[in-house]
Design a protein around this ligand. Sequence first.
Ligand SMILES: Nc1nc2c(c(=O)[nH]1)N[C@@H](CN(C=O)c1ccc(C(=O)N[C@@H](CCC(=O)O)C(=O)O)cc1)CN2
Length: 360
Amino acid sequence: MQALLSREAAPKMLYRALNSAARYRTKSLPPILGLDLPDIWASPPSPASSFPPSPQLFPASKAGDEPVATVIDGKSISEEIRSGIAEEVCRMKDTIGKVPGLAVILVGQRKDSQSYVRNKIKACQEVGITSLMAELPEDCEEDEVLSAVSSFNDNPSVHGILVQLPLPQHMDEERILNVVSLDKDVDGFHPLNMGNLAMRGREPLFVPCTPRGCIELLLRYGVEIMGKKAVVIGRSNIVGMPTSLLLQRHHATVSTVHAFTRNPKEITREADIVVSAIGVANIVRGDWLKPGAVVLDVGINPVEDPSNEYGYRLIGDVCFEEAVQVASAITPVPGGVGPMTIAMLLSNTLDSSKRAYGFS
Ligand SMILES: Nc1nc2c(c(=O)[nH]1)N[C@@H](CN(C=O)c1ccc(C(=O)N[C@@H](CCC(=O)O)C(=O)O)cc1)CN2
């Protein structure tokens, strides 16, 4: 495993407010937005020399025929993060008599969205964050969603607002997300937060939850990002695009693979770090991976399984059985990146309330 970047080793002035905001993050972890380092180009290598190959991030093989990859345990890391958040909420309540508040807006009856929202509310309860919910029918008017957002914007006990996505087809997602108050945008989907994530030297108030969860996992497992080749499969606004931006802020060389990419396998096979977020079951096979790559599987795909009590089970975009033989570390589905999404939402909500109350 590579050594963690040490906070002390980096120029202190480069650490900005947001990066140091989360007290419960392990102190030795690098900041979530990466170090704002200047691009100073070294002189080109002489034609005779070539860059050394990237070192293995994790041990390449273990004894016998066992799978070689470390399985990245997002579930237990997210539990650790959540218990740190619960402690911080307690400290806040004891010190200033206030707790963070999260408002969730759910439109329609999608089973997966209902389940995610239920889990978010339950997670809030467990850490002491107050939650409010607006549930609207599938066929409601866009104006009803806008007025729910506006009333949460005006409520001082609400520090985070999220509109569960996807919205019904007839709704203008852009118009609705634009109305979420910038300083309550705990999903980080407001164009100004997203724009600041994309721009050098700028800091968004919030980083989208799943991409932030991906980077947290890499940092907590000591995976070096700087200078590595990363491939992000998918370019959605929720996961693919912001994950590419974050990896770039951590100084990876990032390629995006999408539905129009001619040779996805060959491009992915170059990567030290692969993040897949397209929602196509088992599309990333073992031969898409460079030996020793670190693989984060964000896909959550239901597949029929008569042996399961619900008649289906969830699998990722990555063929786990093959990838585990090739990669050096990999997230499982379920239990990998998914649980980090909710932990990061709680973290963003806590940070927002601290900012609102001037509590540190
Ligand atoms: N407003 C938002 N909408 C959506 C987001 C988001 O971040 N903000 N992300 C996804 C769904 N999502 C949260 O909303 C989410 C997805 C998955 C999980 C999770 O914990 N997955 C588990 C499996 C859960 C299960 O058994 O059903 C896992 O992978 O282990 C949490 C949240 C789209 N919409």
